[in-house]
Design a protein around this ligand. Structure first.
Ligand code: NDP
Ligand code: ZN
Length: 254
């Protein structure tokens, strides 16, 4: 019997993996993001061997990217998260949320970051982007400051999550729906967690002057933004659906 050629099997798997990566890399909307960061990829159609090879390749790319990011920003995983927490706390220190109690603003970005980690996201740069997601839009922070403190990748995710405040409110809301399918993988994860946090607020601690119709309209709009977000994290999409359903029920009964 002919001895199996392990070498050539390995080569075939590597070639299949490489071809698959190439195909998906081309479909990425965000060229700076290596394929290892594409949480949208559904690789279940590949053979177990290829999935294993792909997982190893992803891990290798991820390690390279992390090393590069750490080199750029000069900080470790937990340090970047704490640095982002402190940065956001200082930037939002005089701001309040719109709820009846006028809660300190910082509770919101910390909640968004916590939603991410609860959904199993561990990438410290995505968690940092969640903590910082409202700094450009709602404070005097500049993109250069973010690049300097957290590196280009975190800064670009925060920019993706920033509305153009020169545009009218309704146009900004329309653009969020239009842009959702084009968000990078990390920004899409933060976007969903932001909407989960805001729907929770609109359900349990809404701005006091909002009618139930307005609260429902907010939920509908948030759902249309999230529908366009491409993420492979099924847990997060399910969590969003649960929060949305209980939000609708809660507002209906208010
Ligand atoms: P806003 O954009 O004015 O407020 C919602 C945003 O405020 C959230 O996305 C959140 O953003 C932030 N926020 C802070 N505190 C809270 C809180 N406690 N609960 C919820 N959100 C909070 O509201 P809309 O998006 O509804 O309105 C946009 C425009 O549309 C407005 O100009 C409004 O006049 C109009 N509109 C009016 C309606 C009506 O019935 N009168 C209905 C719908 C729209 P972040 O995460 O960035 O902090
Ligand atoms: Zn937010």
């Amino acid at each position: 019997m002919e001895k199996p050629d392990n070498n050539s099997t390995e080569k075939d798997e590597r070639a299949e993996t490489d071809a698959w990566i190439k195909e998906h890399e081309d479909s990425l909307d965000y060229p700076d993001v290596p394929v290892s960061r594409d949480y949208r990829i559904d690789d279940s159609r590949l053979s177990p061997e290829t999935q294993k090879a792909l997982a190893e390749r992803k891990a290798q790319l991820e390690a390279e990217r992390k090393a590069q990011s750490a080199k750029e920003s000069g900080i470790s995983d937990s340090a970047i998260i704490l640095k982002a927490t402190q940065f956001a706390a200082l930037k939002h220190r005089d701001q309040r949320r719109k709820d009846h109690a006028a809660s300190p603003y910082i509770i919101h970005p910390v909640t968004v970051a916590n939603n991410l980690t609860q959904a199993g996201v561990t990438d410290p740069e995505v968690i940092a982007a969640a903590l910082l997601h409202d700094t450009l839009e709602d404070t005097q922070t500049t993109p250069d400051e973010l690049v300097e403190a957290f590196g280009k990748h975190v800064a670009s995710m925060v920019q993706e999550l920033t509305d153009d405040k020169d545009l009218p409110k309704q146009e900004r809301k329309r653009l969020q729906v239009e842009h959702a399918p084009h968000l990078s993988p990390g920004a899409a994860l933060v976007k969903i967690c932001d909407k989960i946090a805001n729907i929770t607020d609109v359900t349990h601690s809404p701005p006091p002057d909002w009618s139930n119709e307005r609260r429902m309209a907010y939920l509908d709009w948030a759902a249309s933004v999230v529908a366009g977000c491409k993420v492979g994290n099924k847990h997060l999409k399910q969590q969003f659906e649960n929060v949305l359903a209980s939000g609708r029920e809660g507002i209906e009964n208010d």
